[in-house]
Write a protein that binds this ligand. Structure first.
Ligand code: IPD
Ligand code: CA
Ligand code: CA
Length: 257
């Protein structure tokens, strides 16, 4: 199943790359939230292949595809994570595929077409990028840490929009980035390229694959209260472990401001 998921993510990524050069049709799902023909084509390719190979599996995909109703196996699919980047020509986007068995993450694959980087993990077997084992960073303090974050699409309408947390952490950490693909943000924690990612308002398909990859590379993943993060949890903190308590403390202080 891991080989199947890897091959599928690469095929969907090739479809996204091929379409990048072409004229695009865009629909709006809400403020800053858009869907393109590329999201839909990638989803159709992925969902078609899963339905053919594993017709009994259940699935949940961002653009609305669903699979068989009751199955211990469930695929969580983001056919294009980083749609706004893709639309503007910013080369930070990915295909994200995860498989759960009885609610537990067992496989995660994130493919970055512009860089040709394939991140993959199988529960209990570590995480890899293009075959090389991944390990989180050893940065010991928040002051030395490079963080990533993200903001929900409905940020203008909700007071709980991560702006207070962002502003506080920007002054506490070495720096903060907002790359625009939560799936890749989590893979970068796994690879030790960043020291932590925090975000709220996430959907199951944004985080499932990246969270398994990060966890298998040694990351600590919790909600914002330090409770275990479960697939589907909308608030997540994924870190190298060493800065986790400090980061949770600063998030709590930002909320109390
Ligand atoms: C979005 C990206 C972004 C995150 C948003 C997601 P999409 O996914 O992962 O980094 O901040 O919360 O919705 O819409 O590009 O698939
Ligand atoms: Ca997404
Ligand atoms: Ca998406």
């Amino acid at each position: 199943m891991l080989d199947f998921a890897i091959e599928l993510a690469i095929r969907a990524g090739a479809e996204l790359r091929a379409r990048h050069e072409r004229e695009r049709s865009i629909e709006s799902k809400g403020y800053a939230d858009v869907v393109t023909d590329a999201d839909r084509a990638s989803e159709a390719l992925i969902v078609g292949a899963i339905r053919e190979r594993f017709p009994e599996h259940s699935l949940l995909a961002e653009e609305g595809s669903v699979g068989a109703a009751a199955s211990p196996y469930q695929w969580l699919i983001d056919p294009l994570d980083g749609t706004l980047n893709y639309l503007h020509g910013m080369p930070i986007y990915a295909v994200s595929l995860a498989l759960l068995y009885e609610g537990e993450l067992v496989i995660g694959v994130v493919y970055d077409p512009p860089r040709g980087e394939l991140f993959a993990a199988e529960r209990g077997h570590g995480a890899r990028c293009n075959g090389r084992p991944l390990r989180v960073s050893s940065t010991p303090t928040l002051a030395q840490a490079l963080l990533t974050t993200g903001f929900p699409y409905d940020r203008a309408a909700r007071p709980d929009n991560n702006l207070r947390e962002h502003n506080r952490l920007l002054l506490k950490a070495q720096d903060v980035r907002r790359p625009g693909s939560a799936a890749l943000d989590l893979c970068y924690v796994a690879a030790g390229r960043s020291d932590a990612h925090w975000e709220l308002g996430l959907s199951p398909w944004d985080t499932a694959a990246g969270a398994l990859i990060a966890r298998e590379a040694g990351a600590t993943i919790t909600d914002w209260e330090g409770q275990p993060w479960r697939p589907g949890g909308a608030r997540l903190v994924a870190s190298n472990g060493r800065i986790h308590a400090e980061l949770l403390r600063e998030l709590a202080l930002a909320r109390a401001d």
